[in-house]
Design a protein around this ligand. Structure first.
Ligand SMILES: CC(C)(COP(=O)(O)OP(=O)(O)OC[C@H]1O[C@@H](n2cnc3c(N)ncnc32)[C@H](O)[C@@H]1OP(=O)(O)O)[C@@H](O)C(=O)NCCC(=O)NCCSC(=O)CCS(=O)O
Ligand SMILES: Cc1cc2nc3c(=O)[nH]c(=O)nc-3n(C[C@H](O)[C@H](O)[C@H](O)COP(=O)(O)OP(=O)(O)OC[C@H]3O[C@@H](n4cnc5c(N)ncnc54)[C@H](O)[C@@H]3O)c2cc1C
Length: 366
């Protein structure tokens, strides 16, 4: 992927990238996901999420460092989720406490894709001043590269999670125990730490569009396989393609993939409020939620069309099914994304803590 120029496509040309748009990136992601979910995931993380956040909010040296790493083949890790803060990501307890001009990180992240193999890590943490008062949530850039002898003290990689799919890339726990990082590692979004969580999640909307595109690409690949097999396989003296029950399934699958693709591309070219460099939050949530749920159904239906052969490993369907199942979970579960979409439609703020509901501007004005 480095040789093909796919790592760091979105990085601006002045840092060695191609300055590719989100739309150009998702076109490539779809094609790759048709054949290999894992490679598509690497592509998304090497162009969206953390990379997008650094290119939008980073200092010159931070951008140069991340560009160098990614263009050389690193897939950065985005470290948000914690054992007690999954969907409730804003309740993270990992802290970054200021001591002089440094920060000391303490806490535990889990299910981090690339844990143990990624070099660049964007770690979200609750920022405390020297007296322990909270300042908001910030992003911290941490490089770990054992091959080059860079192993930050106080940063350990815990056990790998064993998963039903996507087995070519580890998900692991990362433990920060008094790890000291300098001020130059702080990713400072506009609005400072008080608006840090919102700004970092805003950057993450690009990765939601990327993740949704992977799911859609896997479904598109499964649909191709299904079309091939319906023409190839014969039962009752006729090709499966002649059975109307399967034809209607195929038409529904095609419509689902097509609708997902349109929603994802619409989100990819959209921009959030206030001149954001990232896709509109609601469009990203809607597209990822729809594409991931649709893809699980489409791949399941494709597998069904193969009968026993779909359940076996001579065809890629069983692998695609195991891979695609993840996309309604990671990157914001389908339920969380639906809540965000509904909140936008109704003009209701939707924090999920007891007593947290509020009315946003539009409804209040009505
Ligand atoms: C956002 C949530 C964590 C819910 O938490 P809260 O209820 O505490 O937060 P909110 O009040 O909804 O939001 C606080 C603040 O942030 C703004 N915000 C939130 N999300 C976004 C967004 N996507 N884009 C832009 N801005 C956002 C929100 O508007 C608020 O700002 P104001 O104060 O109103 O101005 C929860 O809903 C959530 O998103 N949970 C999912 C967590 C998640 O996605 N984790 C992903 C981990 S990385 C990963 O899985 C990688 C896998 S992969 O990509 O393959
Ligand atoms: C393969 C994989 C890779 C991942 N990679 C990363 C990564 O690189 N970086 C990272 O930070 N994280 C990563 N994650 C973690 C991922 O972001 C979380 O799994 C996800 O945000 C959900 O959190 P949780 O698993 O703790 O589920 P929980 O939040 O415990 O949710 C459990 C169930 O309850 C539902 N639920 C929770 N709250 C609500 C609510 N308010 N309303 C309705 N339903 C609700 C959820 O939808 C879900 O069905 C990865 C996960 C997987 C599976």
């Amino acid at each position: 992927m480095v040789e093909a120029g796919l790592m760091g496509m979105t990085i601006p040309e002045r840092y060695g990238g191609q300055g590719a748009s989100w739309l150009e990136t998702v076109l490539v992601v779809e094609e790759i996901a048709r054949a290999c979910t894992l490679s598509a995931r690497i592509l998304v993380e090497a162009n969206m999420g953390a990379v997008g956040a650094v290119m939008a909010y980073g200092t010159e040296p931070q951008r140069e460092m991340v560009a160098r790493q990614v263009l050389a083949g690193d897939k950065p890790a985005i470290c948000i989720t914690e054992p007690e803060a999954g969907s409730a990501a804003s309740q993270m307890t990992t802290t970054a406490r200021r001591t002089g001009s440094d920060y000391v990180l303490n806490g535990r992240k889990h299910w981090i894709t690339g844990g143990g193999v990624s070099r660049v890590h964007l770690v979200l943490a609750r920022v405390l001043d020297a007296a322990g008062n909270e300042e908001g949530i910030g992003g911290f850039l941490v490089v770990r590269d054992p091959e080059a002898g860079v192993v930050p003290e106080g940063f350990t990689v815990g056990p790998r999670e064993r998963t039903m799919g996507l087995c070519g890339m580890p998900e692991a726990e990362l433990v920060f125990d008094g790890m000291v990082v300098g001020e130059n590692c702080v990713l400072q979004p506009p609005g400072g730490f008080r608006r840090g969580f919102a700004a970092l999640m805003n950057a993450y909307n690009s990765q939601r569009v990327g993740a949704g595109t992977i799911a859609m690409g896997v479904a598109a690949g499964a649909l191709d396989h299904a079309r091939r097999y319906l023409r190839e396989r014969r039962q009752f003296g006729r090709p499966l393609a002649e059975f109307q029950g399967l034809q209607w399934m195929l038409a529904d699958m095609d419509a689902g993939v097509h609708a997902s693709r349109l929603m994802l591309r619409e989100a990819a070219v959209s921009r959030g409020p206030d001149g954001s460099a990232f896709p509109d939050p609601m469009m990203a949530a809607r597209a990822k939620m729809f594409a991931s749920e649709t893809a699980v159904r489409v791949v399941n239906d494709a597998l069904q069309m193969f009968g026993a052969r779909g359940y076996g490993n001579k065809e890629p369907l069983e692998r695609m099914y195991r891979d695609v199942r993840m996309f309604t979970i990671a990157g914001g579960t389908a339920q969380i994304l639906k809540t965000q979409v509904a909140g936008g439609l109704l003009g209701i703020k939707t924090p999920q803590t007891r007593g947290g509901y509020g009315v946003a501007g539009r409804l209040a004005a009505e």
